[in-house]
Ligand binder design. Structure first.
Ligand code: FEO
Length: 397
């Protein structure tokens, strides 16, 4: 079992490490490095538990709580967010401390009732509400759609500690808890993947929330998210990254995502890549049947062009190409240009279908893209190369 870790005097990480999870949200999100479910216990004159853990880790949470303090002494259970990975242990914890007050947003209350159908002593909190625990206090900041309507942040002003639940998190299982104990490049990589795959559609709301926090003048020395590493050496690093990712400034980088039947579309993809590189762009190329979709989406976060290719099969695109397009429609990446390309045999259609899906994802389409019948000739590949150069010029502009 992982070790209880103190963040400050009387404030403990009591969460759980899930070393073996490899997909999250069902099959929607790959978690190559596992994850953690972070819960925090504040022991003062009053005792507060902030968030719980995923249901299968309930015993581990209970064991940790018992080591620090008798769980019956918990006065407040704060539920920042009701998704099961954080509230799964909620009913079991409430059995141990049935008189505890449950603090959550109105939407949190609605969701907890729907999930667990149990009557407890609920108190609905709003932004700016605060409770005293003795020497420390908890202040609440509603954060709707970051990433659920119920989401909120809990702030401990006396310790300059922000507990924002999913925000600023990363799916990493480690024996370490803090950013100064691990490879920060790896942490930022996972934080980017988390943002791209979960928070990207809410970029505008994130920018507003960051502005609101700045206006509130919150002193933030430590950020304890609900997944992964706790930011204590440099919390500004992840705040700056969230601001940059939300603005979707992007760099001169293009993503080529494609698949191929008899290598014609692949030849086109490689020629487009050569043109992009010759034009000075960075390129990440992914054959979809051997690539992880969530990793591609992470790379899209700071790219400015998304080029998707498929041959035509049965008047449609290859089935392996569809999931990425579906994700893009849901995630609506900002400030991107896109293009469809691919080969066809007796009859075309894939290029048009891809173009429609890119439009549905609100990506600015480069018309007309390129479709080639049968096997690309040297002239066709030169056209692909020139197109790559043109796209490089656009994204470098
Ligand atoms: Fe929205 Fe970590 O759950």
């Amino acid at each position: 079992m992982s070790q209880i870790t103190a963040l400050a005097e009387g404030i403990y990480w009591v969460g759980a490490v899930d070393w073996n999870i490899r997909s999250f949200h069902g099959p929607a999100f790959s978690t190559h490095r596992g994850t953690t479910y972070n819960a925090y216990l504040v022991v003062d004159e009053k005792v507060a538990l902030i968030d719980t853990v995923y249901g299968p880790f309930t015993e581990e949470l209970v064991a940790k709580l018992k080591r620090v303090n008798d769980p019956v002494k918990i006065d407040y259970l704060v539920i920042n967010h009701t998704e099961s990975d954080h509230s799964g242990a909620f009913p079991a914890i409430m059995k141990l401390c049935p008189r505890a007050r449950v603090l959550c947003t109105q939407r949190g209350y609605d969701s907890l009732k729907a999930h667990y159908n149990a009557e407890f002593d609920y108190t609905i909190v709003k932004s700016g509400d605060s409770i005293s625990l003795g020497r420390r206090s908890l202040t609440f900041i509603e954060a709707p759609m970051l990433h659920w309507p119920d989401s909120m942040f809990t702030y401990v002003p006396e310790e300059a500690l922000l507990l924002p639940n999913d925000a600023f998190g990363q799916h990493i299982a480690t024996t370490n808890r803090f950013d100064d104990e691990v490879d920060i490049g790896l942490v930022m990589d996972e934080a980017a993947k988390y943002f791209a795959n979960i928070l990207m559609p809410f970029s505008n709301l994130i920018l507003k929330k960051l502005e609101e926090i700045q206006k509130l003048g919150l002193n933030i020395k430590t950020i304890g998210p609900s997944h992964g590493i706790i930011w204590r050496r440099d919390p500004g690093r992840i705040i700056e990254a969230y601001s940059r990712w939300s603005e979707s400034r992007g760099t001169a980088k293009a993503i080529i995502a494609y698949d191929t039947m008899w290598l014609s579309t692949e030849k086109m993809a490689l020629a487009i890549m050569d043109g992009l590189v010759a034009g000075g762009a960075e390129v990440k190329l992914f054959k979809l049947s051997v690539s992880d979709r969530n990793d591609i989406i992470k790379e899209i976060l700071d790219a400015r062009a998304i080029l998707v290719g498929s041959p035509t099969i049965n008047n449609d695109i290859l089935p392996v190409v569809s999931p990425l397009l579906d994700d893009l429609v849901g995630l609506r990446p900002k400030n991107k240009i896109g293009m469809a390309f691919g080969s066809y045999g007796w009859g075309g259609g894939a290029q048009k279908i891809i173009a429609e899906r890119l439009k549905a994802a609100k990506i600015d389409l480069i018309e007309p893209g390129i479709a080639v019948q049968w096997v690309p000739t040297a002239d066709d590949l030169q056209r692909c190369y020139e197109l790559g150069r043109e796209i490089a010029a656009r994204i470098k502009d």
